[in-house]
Design a protein. Structure first.
Length: 590
């Protein structure tokens, strides 16, 4: 059997997709994916934590716990960058241990870990931390496209296995692996490591799918996939198409393909509902990533930086220089966080018209070996410049240890997991902690853990939909939420006499009544019951038009404008977005 790891939920929480799919739909997708038959659901990693800190609205830890509550069958996985964890600087061992403990306590059962330099020695500390939690350990090896790369990977595969990996994973973030080479390489790595070997493929067009099929033929276990929309727009392998191919070859994926297409349809509406948003990867970026052999995310990041300074026409030159910088550094992988450091250096070389005239602190640390051993020897002239102190401070200085983090934020961090965020991201994490602290203080005392969880879910719903106010009554308890920067003021009151309607916007003078929230649209109060309103019928102010369900709560949506319903614009039991037209109304109609 070719077992699969789904990465959909991780990709949804990192740039450039983050924020496009509401949490309620992600939770619904999680429940579906949990029942599909995957080996692991990889739900978070470095990009997710970085995005959460930058956006400053959602705790990455709370997100893991929310997903764990919905995934009752399939273990949850996390991707770590070795000593870098989810940040951009190597962390002290105490921080590594505390971070891994927090992740395991939040619900992570499988840690996928690789060293950005492909240096097994740098994984010893993080491996010890994972082993102490009792979690499963999958160690990654980034594909080395150098002519001597195969021999180097085989040597390091044996080293990784000796460190106690449950599985070895071949990672190909640049999409450089050729399908014809995949099967033999998987077999050679498995022979060298004496443990199962899996694959995390990427690549433009159908390349990653072709690579994944060849890996499956060679017995790769597991193989990473993502739902169709994310795969075709982000250089991933489609779970739907790979399962069809694997089952067709008689290799048995063990996956319910019907559920996969259901997830694809669910997420596609949210991902591409707003046609004004650009695709995750532009055609130009995708083409250059394929031609230059570098990760598409790196190309996209460089493209954005050059566009900001009016130098986008130099993109191809910078990508060529990225490869030259890598050669000077001993051909380390260009994946995060090394890729960002390498890209900064390449941009400086191209725009200044001279090479290695300046070296920042991150690059100097990399050259001096503080970030691990590169696969090959470095350019001695570049090493001499770094040893002479030729350069400046690091581009992003962070504490990287718990004691410094605690001194910086005082009592703002209310838990060890929040201190980990400060230690990894420095002052950038403070706005998020302030917002989380405000939420915690806003929740009235005396509520149970289940009630607090429900309230936090409603807070997320309020933020996603953009509503100013939401009031819901369930089981005799009324919960009122009101959007008030920078946090929500929340009151959990005693049993109320009557239910209050969900907030609803006034219908525009034009002709459309739009949804005030993200949810599922229902025309009637229950299956088989008459619709609240029919086309051509007169509607009065306060009359119920439909029910909108979100977070398992059913909210009556009432009209604030009298008139005649010309058309019902949404099918029954259909997911709707905030602001989506639901009804066409003639305010003057009789």
């Amino acid at each position: 059997m070719a077992r699969l790891v789904d990465t959909t939920l991780r990709i949804l929480a990192q740039e450039p997709i983050a924020g496009r799919v509401p949490a309620s739909l992600q939770f619904e997708a999680c429940e579906l994916l949990d029942s599909a038959g995957f080996h692991v659901l990889e739900v978070t990693g470095g990009g997710c934590f970085q995005t959460a800190v930058q956006r400053g609205t959602e705790s990455p830890w709370e997100r893991i716990r929310n997903l764990k509550r919905r995934a009752t069958r399939t273990p949850l996985g996390m991707a770590l960058r070795g000593r870098f964890l989810v940040g951009t600087q190597p962390a002290e061992q105490d921080l590594i241990r505390r971070f891994v403990d927090s992740a395991a306590e939040s619900g992570i059962a499988v840690f996928r870990m690789h060293d950005p330099m492909n240096d097994p020695e740098d994984l010893v500390g993080p491996i010890e931390a994972v082993r102490e939690t009792g979690a499963r350990l999958h160690l990654g090896l980034v594909y080395d496209e150098h002519p001597e790369g195969a021999s180097r990977m085989l040597a390091r595969a044996a080293e990784l296995a000796a460190l106690g990996a449950d599985r070895l994973l071949l990672l190909d973030p640049a999409g450089a692996l050729d399908p014809s080479q995949t099967g033999p390489l998987i077999t050679q790595l498995r022979d060298a490591a004496k443990i199962p070997v899996g694959l995390y493929p990427q690549g433009p067009g159908g390349t990653s799918l072709a690579v994944a099929i060849e890996a499956a033929r060679a017995g790769a276990d597991p193989i990473s996939v993502a739902t169709y929309s994310l795969a075709v727009s982000g250089h991933r392998t489609s779970s739907e198409l790979l399962c069809q191919a694997i089952d067709g070859l008689g290799l048995e994926s063990g996956i319910n393909q019907g559920i996969l297409w259901e997830v694809a349809e669910l997420l596609d509406r949210a991902l591409f509902a707003d046609t004004t948003l650009p695709p995750p990867l532009s055609a130009h970026v995708s083409l250059l990533a394929a031609i230059k052999g570098v990760p598409a995310g790196l190309v996209s990041g460089v493209d954005g930086r050059l566009e900001a300074i009016g130098a986008r026409d130099r993109l191809a030159e910078v990508l060529d220089e990225v490869q030259r910088v890598r050669e000077d550094l001993g051909t380390p992988p260009a994946a995060s966080p090394l890729g960002d450091v390498i890209a900064r250096q390449a941009i400086d070389h191209v725009l200044e018209g001279r090479r290695w005239h300046a070296i920042d602190g991150d690059m100097r640390a990399l050259i001096r070996g503080e970030w691990g051993r590169p696969p090959a020897a470095m350019n001695p002239e570049v090493v001499a410049l770094a040893e002479a102190g030729h350069g400046g401070p690091s581009a992003a200085s962070v504490p990287s240890d718990m004691a410094t983090a605690r001194a910086e934020v005082g009592e703002l961090a209310t838990s060890e997991e929040e201190l980990c965020l400060v230690a990894l991201f420095g002052e950038d994490a403070v706005p998020l902690l302030e917002r989380l602290r405000g939420r915690h203080q806003a929740i009235a005392t005396g509520v149970t853990n289940d009630e607090e969880e429900r309230i936090r879910g409603l807070v997320d719903l309020l933020e996603e939909t953009g509503l100013g106010e939401l009031e819901i009554e369930e089981g005799g308890i009324r919960i009122s939420l009101r959007q008030q920067a920078p946090v929500q003021q929340i009151v959990a009151a005693a049993p109320a006499a009557a239910a209050a309607p969900a907030a609803a916007p006034a219908a525009p003078s034009g002709a459309q009544i739009t949804s005030p929230m993200v949810g599922t649209f229902y025309r009637s109060p229950g299956p088989g019951e008459p619709a609240f309103i029919e086309e051509g019928a007169r509607v009065e102010v306060g009359q119920v038009l439909c029910v909108l369900e979100a977070m398992k709560l059913f909210n009556e949506f009432k009209s604030e404008t009298a008139g005649t319903i010309r058309r019902v614009l949404v099918e029954d039991a259909t997911a709707v977005e905030f602001g989506q037209p639901l009804f066409e109304l003639d305010p003057s109609g009789a």
